[in-house]
Design a protein around this ligand. Structure first.
Ligand code: NAG
Ligand code: NAG
Ligand code: NAG
Ligand code: NAG
Length: 302
């Protein structure tokens, strides 16, 4: 009886594909860490890893993860893989405690080729500060409807209540009774597509988002930073198929074509095709040998 069990076990172990056993144990060569942030698909720190739309984007400096796009560099506060969002911060972004003027802020704008992959979330408010009356913000809107509005319950009326405004000796009072443009104008990214302080002729900006589904009380409770939604634009099948066969997703040296890294080989589809192309014959021979050996054992035992 014991021998029979042994035979059954060896039959099973002989039939487990060796590639499966190897792939499960192999580490993902593209996953890495920067400080305590995990960098994983579609992001990557090494060139050739991740999705091509996310190439030359993240850099790790002294355990600080930096996000680099055409408008400037930002510190990555968090990457939320479940909600596909990344939270950014930069020193010239005004908060509830400080107003940073002088037009030094990055704002937010991405390269044309990258723009399909990144969009500030719909509940992220950009508050533009000290924009001139000549700013395109206040021109050319049909019926003179200013684009300034509240986004997700956050807007300038509440933001004026922050200590930063009284510290800077500014506020809406000056313009409330005057005829100039508002000192602060809150917009959704969708409305203007690029937050470029020099182009918009603004002195500074703030950005805030609310994570809680319920309304938070007052601007001191808002989270300051830029919350960006990322997406691989629906072409995730390639990577899913690659990972399902034990591969790691990357791209070729052209920076466009996706690749599936299968240990010692790169595939333009997934690792099953690599296995079948290179290992099918040795694998078949291996199975034949083992099955023959098992049959010999059974015969000998009988
Ligand atoms: C990562 O570290 C920073 C401080 O270095 C801390 O504020 C943050 O909460 C940490 N995040 C996680 C997910 O542990
Ligand atoms: C596979 O592709 C990666 C990324 O382009 C590259 O770094 C690596 O050298 C390639 N490996 C082989 C075996 O061609
Ligand atoms: C911002 O606008 C200025 C002036 O129009 C322009 O020179 C610059 O390239 C723009 N920056 C970005 C990141 O688009
Ligand atoms: C924004 O909301 C505040 C109250 O939170 C309100 O007083 C203000 O009128 C709103 N502003 C706009 C432009 O709708």
């Amino acid at each position: 009886m014991g021998t029979l069990l042994l035979i059954t076990l060896s039959v099973f172990s002989a039939l487990i594909p060796p590639s499966f056993a190897n792939n499960v144990l192999v580490n993902n060569p593209c996953r890495s860490y920067c400080g305590n942030i995990t960098v994983s698909y579609p992001f990557a720190l090494q060139s050739g890893c991740g999705h091509p739309g996310f190439r030359d984007l993240l850099f790790c400096m002294n355990d600080v993860l930096m996000f680099h796009i055409s408008s400037g560099s930002y510190r990555v506060v968090e990457i939320d893989y479940a909600y596909q969002s990344v939270t950014l911060h930069e020193p010239y972004l005004s908060t509830c405690d400080t107003l940073v003027l002088g037009g030094k802020g990055n704002g937010f704008a991405v390269e044309q080729w990258r723009s399909p992959y990144f969009n500030p979330t719909a509940d992220n408010v950009f508050m533009l500060i000290g924009c001139s009356a000549q700013s395109s913000l206040f021109q050319g809107f049909p019926g003179k409807h200013l684009p300034c509005r509240n986004v997700s319950g956050m807007g300038c009326e509440d933001y004026y209540g922050c200590p930063a405004w009284s510290l800077a000796g500014r506020g809406q009072m000056g313009t409330m009774f005057g005829s100039g443009p508002p000192e602060c104008c809150a917009v959704a990214f969708e409305a203007i597509k690029a937050i470029n302080l020099s182009k918009l002729d603004c002195e500074g900006y703030s950005s805030a988002y609310s994570l809680a589904p319920l309304r938070v009380d007052g601007p001191s409770e808002w989270s300051y930073g830029i919350r960006v939604k990322y997406s691989v634009q629906g072409n995730d099948e390639f990577c899913r198929a690659c990972e399902a066969t034990g591969g790691t997703c990357g791209y070729g040296s052209d920076g466009i074509r996706q690749l599936c890294m299968c240990g010692h080989m790169n595939s333009t589809s997934n690792c099953d095709s690599v296995t079948s192309a290179t290992n099918r014959r040795t694998w078949d021979r291996l199975v034949t040998q083992r099955v023959t050996a098992i049959f010999m054992c059974i015969l000998a035992w009988i």
